[in-house]
Design a protein around this ligand. Structure first.
Ligand SMILES: C[S@@+](CC[C@H](N)C(=O)[O-])C[C@H]1O[C@@H](n2cnc3c(N)ncnc32)[C@H](O)[C@@H]1O
Length: 285
């Protein structure tokens, strides 16, 4: 029978000591996100979720694109202006047009980037592209288990924990359920980072004010969670702020993505769904 993944055996992890094969029968957030970004590394099960979301929020692809623009602006700022030269990019996702190491190394050629993801498709497709040079590394690990992740030999070899670094949690924690204690997970990372380190984080937002936007956040959350992907949380501003506990939040704070040091004035009015994500950057004193 034909292999439904279409991937060569090595990409399915056979005999490689790599994580399990890509399961195309259920959607995965890495591949659904790829679909929203217009990528090709997604399957029918992912596009079912994509369609269910687009049905009520036709501009949802713009959220993914704004999130990538925010990530690029943040990395540019940290590498060009702050001088950060070590990056731990958690839940890095499938490679796309401008990845963290490309931005960081453009400004700081010696910058080291460690990408982490637990999705088999990212492992299969992403590793080769993301490990583009000897200063970029890919680790398969679960970001909800900071103790194990931070002790991974690639992480401890590549990053110097006695010097400031940046930890990236871009569009990741809204896929971590409340039961997994995302604030506790962040506390562990923040406690471990050296003083002078930065955390860059974006997260789906529920304005929780009885507005049309809040109602949309609830319905989107219901659709994500009842899909075969099974995760997705729109949290309140206070809940998201709790992930920065112990950090100094940089100006302009935790704000809608295009309000965080935008490249210029808006060129159009945003649709409702584009307001439902916030981003912020914190510095450990
Ligand atoms: C929406 S994508 C965001 C990708 C990228 N950070 C960005 O902002 O463009 C979320 C990524 O987080 C990864 N992810 C989700 N839960 C994870 C976990 N527990 N451990 C590691 N990676 C995880 C997914 O596999 C996916 O690649």
């Amino acid at each position: 029978m034909a292999d439904p993944t279409g991937l060569p055996a090595v990409h399915r992890g056979e005999g490689t000591g790599q994580p399990p094969e890509v399961d195309t029968s259920r959607a995965s957030i890495a591949r659904v996100y790829d679909a929203f970004l217009g990528g090709k590394d997604n399957f029918a099960s992912d596009r079912v979720v994509y369609d269910a979301i687009i049905e009520i929020a036709p501009q949802c692809a713009e959220v993914a694109k704004a999130n990538r623009r925010w990530l690029n602006r943040t990395i540019s700022y940290l590498s060009a202006y702050v001088g950060i030269d070590q990056y731990l990019d958690l839940g890095a996702g499938l490679p796309t047009v401008e990845n963290t190491h490309q931005t960081a190394q453009r400004f700081t050629p010696h910058a080291v980037v460690v990408y982490v993801d637990n999705d088999p498709a990212v492992n299969a497709y992403g590793r080769a592209l993301l490990e583009e040079n000897d200063r970029t590394h890919f680790v398969t690990a679960d970001l909800t288990d900071p103790a194990v992740l931070l002790a991974h030999p690639t992480v401890t070899r590549a990053l110097e924990f006695d010097r400031p670094m940046a930890l990236i949690q871009c569009a990741t924690l809204h896929h971590v359920d409340d039961e997994a204690n995302p604030a506790g997970i962040m506390r562990h990372y923040i406690d471990t980072l050296p003083s002078g380190s930065y955390i860059a984080l974006t997260h789906w937002w529920d304005p929780a004010d009885g507005s049309e936007g809040s109602a949309l956040a609830h319905e989107l959350e219901r659709r994500w969670r009842t899909s075969s992907m099974g995760t997705g949380r729109y949290r309140t501003r206070e809940e998201i702020l709790s992930f920065f506990d112990g950090l100094e939040l940089l100006e302009p704070g935790l704000v809608e993505l295009d309000q965080w040091w935008p490249a210029g004035p808006p060129v159009r009015k945003l649709s409702l769904v584009e307001h439902l994500i916030l981003g912020g950057v914190g510095r450990k004193p």
